[in-house]
Design a protein around this ligand. Structure first.
Ligand code: SF4
Length: 316
């Protein structure tokens, strides 16, 4: 690990301004992904801004009837909050499906959104990777692609986003609240927060330099039955091959979002309208134009069967 300086932020405004001034500064909270990346010298910040002392650790009701989740709320606390469990069960289940108990105790809401891909070539510094080193090439294309994306991929990167929490938030139409270095605030719909790789896979979110996540807003509950099903190579502590977040109401309407298929949580609103017509119809819309390899083409069938299983159970 390379040397770096460290400070404890005393205000959101100061933290954002410091990050904006120093191109190689990084915010740190739980550090569950960042520290691993620093040890491997994939992330090499020269300055860390510890934001743990800034509050932002409460879950509060909004005037609109939803919830405001502070950026520093730990994944364990979010998953176990009674309001989340009762009204946003999808989110609680997705959180519990992620990582391990120890990691969830440290990992924060903002950090979960900002975690980086688990593409094995990204972590192997001997291999070219456009995300780690722009312009160097993509080792996954033509390499081992079983875990990689099939939607929204580019000739520059086919990585997937690893978060379970973000998939549930996408289905719930969450909004990411931020503060910019000039003190202005933004509300970014989660569907616009993560980017597709295109020719700049190293730019993963809509955040500007120094801009800091302060909260995630959940709209008022929409009811329905909530299921988060994560299909993976082992029963726990593994990233999704695919995951399906589904909300289905009694009249058959609802929402579906996917993990493990794209550079961002994947949702196609037109596919939601197909829910009354069953899993085949939904999957056809959700995965229209899929770009697969012989190693990851199974994900199309896996999504369809996972969703079919969920819908069958809901009928029962
Ligand atoms: Fe890097 Fe993306 Fe290619 Fe993986 S898929 S090697 S992260 S550019």
């Amino acid at each position: 690990m390379r040397t770096f300086s460290y400070e404890r932020a005393t205000s959101v405004a100061n933290a954002a301004a410091t990050a904006a001034r120093n191109e190689t500064a990084k915010f740190i909270a739980g550090g569950t992904n960042l520290l691993d990346l620093m040890k491997l010298e994939i992330e090499t910040p020269t300055h860390l801004i510890d934001v743990n002392g800034l509050g932002m650790d409460r879950i509060e009701p909004t005037e609109a009837g939803g919830l405001r989740i502070g950026a520093l709320v730990r994944n364990t606390d979010l998953a176990s909050d009674q309001r989340i469990r009762r009204d946003y069960g999808l989110l609680s289940r997705a959180l519990v499906a992620g990582a391990s108990g120890q990691l969830r105790n440290k990992a924060t809401t903002a950090g979960n959104l900002l975690q980086r891909t688990r593409c094995p070539y990204f972590y192997d510094t001997n291999q070219p990777c456009n995300k780690r080193q722009p312009g160097s090439g993509c080792s996954a294309i033509g390499g081992f692609t079983r875990l990689h994306g099939i939607m929204g991929v580019s000739d520059g990167c086919i990585a997937t986003h690893p978060s379970d929490m973000a998939v549930a938030m996408r289905a719930l139409d969450a909004v990411v609240e931020t503060v910019k270095p000039d003190g202005s605030t933004r509300a970014i719909p989660i569907g616009e927060f993560h980017r597709l790789p295109g020719s700049t896979p190293h730019i993963e979110t809509a955040l500007e330099r120094g801009e800091m996540i302060t909260a995630v807003i959940l709209p008022p509950p929409i009811g329905g039955r909530h299921v988060y099903r994560k299909v993976r190579d082992r029963a726990s502590y593994a990233f999704a091959l695919v995951s399906v977040a589904a909300i289905v109401r009694n009249d058959g309407s609802g929402r579906v979002a996917l993990g493990g298929v794209a550079h961002k949580p994947w949702r196609v609103e037109a596919a939601d309208a197909e829910l009354p017509n069953g899993a085949v119809a939904v999957t056809a819309k959700l995965l229209e134009g899929a770009r697969t390899t012989h190693e990851n083409a199974f994900k199309v069938t896996l999504v369809e069967r996972t969703l079919a299983g969920i819908l069958d159970e809901m009928k029962g």
